[in-house]
Structure formats: structure tokens, C-alpha cells
Design a protein. Sequence first.
Length: 119
Amino acid sequence: MLIKDLQNCEEIIAGDNSILREVLHPKNEKLQIRYSLAHAIIKPGETSLPHKLKTSEVYYILEGEGIMYIENESEKVHSNQAVYIPPNAKQYIKNTGNSDLKFLCLVDPAWRPEDEEVV
């Protein structure tokens, strides 16, 4: 059985400038999964850098509020919402609230550095 505590996952600054903790990735735990799961934070007033992934991605908003930008569309987002991001779509998210915007990132197949491009 594998149970991971978020606080025990290394915190990094991701390529899109979000604060990221990789929770599950098949390369780390040698799990037989296709996807990767990460926890991300955008501080109040900040925006992630526009980027594209070759794979699909889902954001699940845990806390806070913001505006999600995908290609030429934008929508307000808040806790308990899921956002589907198609492969190769330019995306970024802005925190419009007064507290951290926290969300999960599910990438399938699993995230790889060579599959991401900051634009």
C-alpha cells in the first residue's frame, strides 16, 4: 500500500512558475499507472506562465478562485470545479482571490519535461 503525505513531497517551482509538489508519478514510485498527479499553488495576484502540454490535463480546484485561460477562452474558476485542458492547448491560470489558489493537476499520460513548452 502506498500512502503519500503532501508535506513529504518535494516542493519545486515548475516551468510555468507555479509552486508544485509531485504527488504520484510512475517514475518515482515505480507504480503501474499511466498518469501523474501533482499539487499546485498560485499565490494571490499571480499568474502561471502560458504553456502547452502534448498531453491532456485536468485541474481540480481545491481552494481559492481565479481565471482559467485555455486558448482564446477564459472562465472564472473556484473550489470544487474540474477543468479539462486538451492536448497542445495554450493554458494558464490567474489567482484573483486573497488567498492561495490550490489545485490538483492530473496529466495522462504522465507528465514529462519534453512534453511541456512555455510559450
